[in-house]
Design a protein. Structure first.
Length: 381
């Protein structure tokens, strides 16, 4: 076996090689969903991602000879440390062949980067913050991830733990049959919550895509308020939120997005996404395949063949003073009804913190079952 070299990513070509490596790791994995390569290039480009306006990262590759055998990113999210009053760095983009020596060297390199900058711990995996894809899949390996959720080989769990990383927090993904939910729970929820909301003069409506920018402004303020006390939460900057809104625009189904209002004030919102990973996996993007061809295949499987059977409840939140009124329950009901009308069979609610009883208990009561667990790990430095 060739000797191991850990090399920092310094050029655009280095970054292309870094981001192309997952296609090697997952070449025989039927469950992996490859990303659009240009999107990954944009996401990791300091000139294009507003994350880098306040934070920094260093990407590394592990090589044996001329062959990449692993990758990792070490980064600091300064807004996280300020908001959460912590002094930590993060790791992400961890991909490796079944080569523990390479995995260990990558972790030690990321730890060294963090230690040199005075951070007390390294946590991950994450991709810049908890608003992006994060967590290591630790169970549920026999299924493709839903949209904007992560996936990894089973042996990553052993590698991470062998390198000295311990549980920091679990993120749960629930599954629920849409038809079963509507038959067992839907009507009862509708009747109970509608009466309560009528008395409180709270209305729930779909998003108005003709006024998308205005709607985004309303949701932006509420989002940073509703999630303020969650573990690991970092408020988005205006630039970060606007970029996310722009990325979601073309895949949002307005029938699956709801806004709750009281006297014209936004008090809650829910965004459920069609699982674009299903047609994306069938289109199977590759770094050297022209993206126009990939997009044609994606649209074919999505719009023409309608090969989407899942939806994912991406975010659902109500500001504190309007909780316990049933707004969240009605969001679930209306989303499920719309999904059923579109022929969707299954729903995923994710991710939910393992200690968030306010969210976990109602989901379990509605029949949801945890079917995947994603874990944040941490190691003191």
């Amino acid at each position: 076996m060739n000797s191991l070299l850990i090399k920092p990513v310094e050029t655009r070509e280095d970054r292309k090689a870094f981001l192309s490596f997952p296609w090697t790791v997952y070449k025989d994995d039927p469950f992996w969903v490859p990303p659009l390569f240009t999107e990954r290039m944009h996401f990791t480009d300091p000139e294009n991602n507003p994350f880098f306006e306040h934070s920094e990262a260093q990407l590394y590759t592990a090589l044996r000879g001329d062959e990449i055998v692993g990758t990792i990113a070490a980064f600091v999210n300064r807004r996280h440390n300020e908001y959460q009053n912590e002094n930590i760095a993060f790791f992400g983009f961890f991909e490796v062949l079944e080569d523990y020596e390479a995995a260990e060297a990558l972790f030690k390199t990321a730890e060294g980067w963090a230690r040199e900058r005075g951070f007390s711990a390294l946590r991950g995996p994450a991709q810049w913050n908890t608003n992006d894809e994060c967590g290591l899949l630790v169970d549920g390996f026999d299924d493709s991830p839903r949209i904007l959720m992560t996936y990894n080989p089973r042996y990553y769990v052993d590698f991470v733990e062998k390198a000295g990383y311990k549980y920091a927090r679990d993120l749960w993904a629930y599954e629920l049959g849409v038809k079963e939910f509507m038959e067992i729970t839907g009507d009862r929820l509708d009747k109970l919550t509608t009466r309560v909301l009528e008395r409180k003069e709270i209305t729930i409506r779909n998003i108005d895509m003709k006024k998308y920018d205005e709607e985004v402004k309303k949701v932006k303020v509420l989002y940073n308020n509703a999630w303020a006390n969650n573990w690991g939460f970092v408020p988005m900057t205006d630039a970060e939120f606007d970029q996310l809104a722009a990325e979601l625009h073309d895949i949002l189904d307005p029938d699956l997005v709801f806004i709750a209002e009281k006297d014209g004030k936004t008090v809650g919102f829910s965004i459920t996404l069609p699982d674009m990973n299903e047609p994306l996996r069938l289109a199977y993007p590759k770094p050297k395949t022209p993206e126009w061809w990939t997009m044609l295949k994606l649209v074919w499987h999505w719009k023409v063949k309608k090969q989407i059977s899942w939806v994912r409840v991406l975010v659902l939140g109500v500001i504190p003073e309007y909780r316990k009124l049933g707004i969240d329950a009605l969001f679930y009901y209306k989303s499920a009804r719309a999904a059923l009308e579109k022929g969707m069979k299954m729903g995923e609610m994710s991710w939910i913190l393992d200690n968030n009883d306010r969210m976990n208990k109602p989901i379990i009561a509605m029949g949801g079952e945890v079917y995947k667990t994603y874990r944040f790990y941490e190691k003191p430095l």
